[in-house]
Design a protein around this ligand. Structure first.
Ligand code: CXA
Ligand code: CA
Ligand code: CA
Ligand code: ZN
Length: 429
């Protein structure tokens, strides 16, 4: 197991928060502060219509009924009244980042930010959807290009973030890319040229359920996986970056144990979230030619640029020949020069099987990289660096992100073999 999992503790906590806050509010129930702010609660033990009427009479709105369980929207005072009627009340809504880290975007804030950008730049940006996560959250998909509503014959690039729940800085990275490409269009010639000549796909949140769970209850849970029930229902979650379908579970680079941090799931693509991105990527094949040519999958932390394969320490293997390996390494080193990360084949870190980059490369011929962002050590914040580093650490990947997009027409140019490999079709593998 990699060094970062060594100190993991087990999590068996539930996502709901008990009502300490509400009892506190009762100290001054008439204070407007407590009356105004609504939150979502689960009410248990409300079996009958009479029960529901009693709950409703507090002023709370009943949003859904499932057996004896109600979902309600209520102020703290209303929630307290429901509790006093004898029902079990638990606060449902996540509370977002702790105040000190409010510079980060939780799921709702991320969605708002994306909506805002799509409204501001309708000619070059679309906010689409990949579908839904296990718990039913929408997984936004951003497209940025000139003539954005058209599928043009332009090399396509994919940036995805947040496969791992606690790696919140990667969502900020995706939001940075959205801002960079939209606000830079027509101003920065390098960006303008790319938006005009590429189709850029951004998936800012591969794991919205895990991400929200990680923030629930006003503290970090150090959660990595998604929130799918596994095994006999106890500990939840599949490691999304071990659930991809190339050499799935082949090589001890993931775990068959459901409670493990790197549990690969019962089968490849068992997680709805990996299915969603897989299906999108497969949908980008036109006449059998994958349109997505290059990608970056953002993670934290360690400050690394990684490329395939992860399942083997061999530098070349099935589907990865010497020129391809050289292209990966050359591009990787170029990125590392600009962001100061360490470049290496992903298996040099540790063996992984079922990672996104192995699948993207082996199955679809996408020049696929993983960036492990800031910091290098737990001492600098580990998975939870302060919000004060967001601007610096996202901008740090500007050049590398643009360079990847520039090479999407022919990655072999990195090793000066564009004439040999890209004369007929652009950027073949
Ligand atoms: C990684 C990423 C992509 C391919 C192989 C390895 C590293 C990543 C992981 O283990 O999935 N590290 S991380 N972000 O700490 O989980
Ligand atoms: Ca276009
Ligand atoms: Ca296209
Ligand atoms: Zn990760």
């Amino acid at each position: 197991m990699g060094r970062k999992f060594g100190s993991m503790v087990a999590f068996a906590t539930v996502a709901v928060v008990t009502l300490g806050v509400v009892s506190q509010a009762s100290a001054s129930p008439t204070s407007p502060k407590y009356q105004q702010k609504s939150a979502s609660y689960t009410v248990d033990g409300a079996r009958t219509q009479a029960d529901r009427n009693r709950v409703g009479s507090t002023g709370a709105s009943i949003d859904s009924v499932e057996g004896a369980r109600l979902d309600v929207t209520a102020t703290a005072v209303e929630a307290m009244k429901i509790e006093r009627l004898g029902y079990k009340v638990t606060q449902q809504r996540t509370e977002g980042f702790p105040a000190a880290d409010s510079g980060y975007h939780d799921y709702t804030e991320m969605q708002a930010e994306l909506e805002k950008a799509a409204k501001a730049y309708p000619k070059i940006m679309q906010k689409l959807s990949l579908g839904k996560s296990y718990e039913g959250r929408d997984m936004p998909l951003i497209k940025i290009s000139d003539n954005v509503a058209k599928d043009e014959n332009e090399p396509e690039i994919l940036y995805d973030a947040h496969q791992h729940a606690r790696e919140h800085l990667t969502v900020e990275m995706a939001l940075y890319l959205v801002k960079m490409y939209t606000e830079g269009y027509g101003k920065d010639p390098r960006i303008t040229k790319l938006v005009d000549s590429r189709e850029i796909w951004i998936v800012p949140d591969m794991n919205p359920d895990g991400g929200e769970y990680d923030l629930s209850g006003g503290k970090y849970h150090n959660w990595r996986k998604n929130r799918q029930p596994v095994g006999n229902g106890g500990v939840k979650g599949v490691d999304l970056n071990r659930n991809w379908g190339y050499k799935f579970a082949c090589c001890d680079g993931s775990s068959p144990v459901t409670t493990s941090e790197t549990y690969h799931g019962p089968s490849a693509f068992s997680a709805p979230e990996t299915q969603r991105l897989r299906d999108f990527v497969l949908s980008r094949r036109v006449n059998g030619v994958q349109q997505i040519k290059a990608s970056i999958d953002f993670h934290t932390y360690s400050e690394l640029v990684l490329w395939p394969y992860g399942y083997t320490t061999q530098t070349t293997a099935a589907g990865l020949n010497g020129d391809q390996q050289k292209t990966f390494a050359t591009l990787g080193k170029t990125f590392a020069k600009s962001n100061g990360y360490t470049p290496e084949q992903s298996s040099s870190l540790y063996i992984t099987d079922g990672s996104i980059i192995d699948w993207l490369w082996a199955n679809q011929g996408v020049w696929a990289f993983t960036f492990e962002m800031y910091p290098t050590t737990p001492g600098k914040g580990g998975f939870y660096p302060p919000a004060s580093v967001i601007d610096r650490e996202t901008a740090r990947n500007k050049d590398a992100s643009l360079t990847l997009a520039e090479y999407a027409d022919c990655a072999y140019r990195a090793i000066k073999k564009e004439n040999q490999y890209c004369a007929t079709s652009p950027s073949p593998r």
